[in-house]
Design a binder for this molecule. Structure first.
Ligand code: MN
Length: 244
C-alpha cells in the first residue's frame, strides 16, 4: 500500500512524525507536508505563485519526506501528481494538534487536505487530537487500531473519514465510536476583541474563542466530550445533502 501523509501544522510538527511512525507498518510512506504552519487554511490552493518541494530530513526511518511551500491541499496535489511515482492508495492528514470536529471541519486544513485527496479519487483519512499535549496517550493507544480498520475502507466519492482522539487520560477513555455524524455546533464560540481604533474609523481586531460545551447526541463533538475516540464521515462539496 502506498501512503501519502500530509498535515497542516507543518512538517516539523510532532503529530505528523507519530502518524508516519504508525503508518509505515501498513505500507510505503511518503510525507509531503507544508514547510510552515497552515492551520485554518481549509482547502485553499496556490495559484498565483510557483510551489517549491524539497527533500526534508525526517526523523522516521524508511520514510521519504518533502517540505512544500504550498498549502496542505497543494501538498496532496503535487504529492500525488508529481512527487510519488504513482498515485497513492490512501492519503492520511494529521495528526493535527487540536480537534477537527463539528462545524470547525470547514475551516480545517487537516480536513482540507483530505477533501483534496477525495477530489483526486483517493481514500482520505483526517486525524486530529486534543490541543492538550499532556494526554496524547489515547491517540497513541488507539491509532494503530483505527488505521488498521480504516485503511481497509474503500474510496467512496464525496466522502472523507474523520477521526478525533479525546484529550482524557487513557484510563478514562471509553473506546471508539465508528459512525459519528458531524455536529452543527462548534468547539469555540468566536468573537472579536477590538485592540485598537484608528483615526480613519477603522479598527484592529483579534479573534477570541470561548469553549462552549454543548452536546448533540450521535455526533463527533458529543463522542469526544464523552471520552470516546470519534470516527465519522464528512462530505465534500456536491455531496453535502445526500447522507443524513
Ligand atoms: Mn493544525
Amino acid at each position: 500500500m502506498n501512503i501519502l501523509i500530509t498535515n497542516d501544522d507543518g512538517i516539523e510538527a510532532p503529530g505528523i512524525r507519530r502518524l508516519a511512525e504508525a503508518a509505515k507498518e501498513f505500507g510505503n510512506v511518503v510525507v509531503v507536508a507544508p514547510a510552515s504552519q497552515c492551520s485554518a487554511a481549509s482547502h485553499s490552493i496556490t495559484l498565483r505563485h510557483s510551489i517549491e518541494v524539497h527533500p526534508h530530513d525526517f526523523p522516521v526511518a524508511g520514510v521519504k519526506a518533502y517540505s512544500c511551500s504550498g498549502t496542505p491541499a497543494d501538498c496532496v496535489r503535487v504529492g500525488a501528481l508529481n512527487v510519488m511515482p504513482q498515485k497513492p492508495d490512501v492519503v492520511l492528514s494529521g495528526i493535527n494538534l487540536g480537534f477537527n470536529m463539528a462545524s470547525d471541519i470547514q475551516y480545517s486544513a487537516t480536513a482540507g487536505a483530505a477533501f483534496e485527496a477525495e477530489f483526486q479519487g483517493i481514500l482520505a483519512i483526517a486525524l486530529s487530537e486534543s490541543f492538550d499535549a499532556k494526554h496524547h496517550e489515547v491517540t497513541d493507544h488507539y491509532l494503530h487500531r483505527v488505521l488498521e480498520k480504516l485503511l481497509k475502507e474503500q474510496y467512496v466519492p464525496g466522502q472523507i473519514l474523520n477521526v478525533n482522539f479525546p484529550g482524557c487520560p487513557l484510563s478514562e477513555c471509553k473506546g471508539i465510536l465508528w459512525d459519528r455524524h458531524v455536529s452543527r455546533l462548534a468547539y469555540y464560540e468566536d468573537h472579536y476583541e477590538v485592540l485598537q481604533q484608528f483615526p480613519d474609523g477603522g479598527m484592529e481586531l483579534q479573534v477570541e474563542g470561548v469553549h462552549t460545551p454543548q452536546i448533540e447526541e450521535g455526533t463527533d463533538y458529543a463522542a469526544v466530550m464523552g471520552g470516546y475516540v470519534s470516527v465519522g464521515k464528512a462530505r465534500n462539496i456536491g455531496y453535502a445533502l445526500s447522507d443524513r
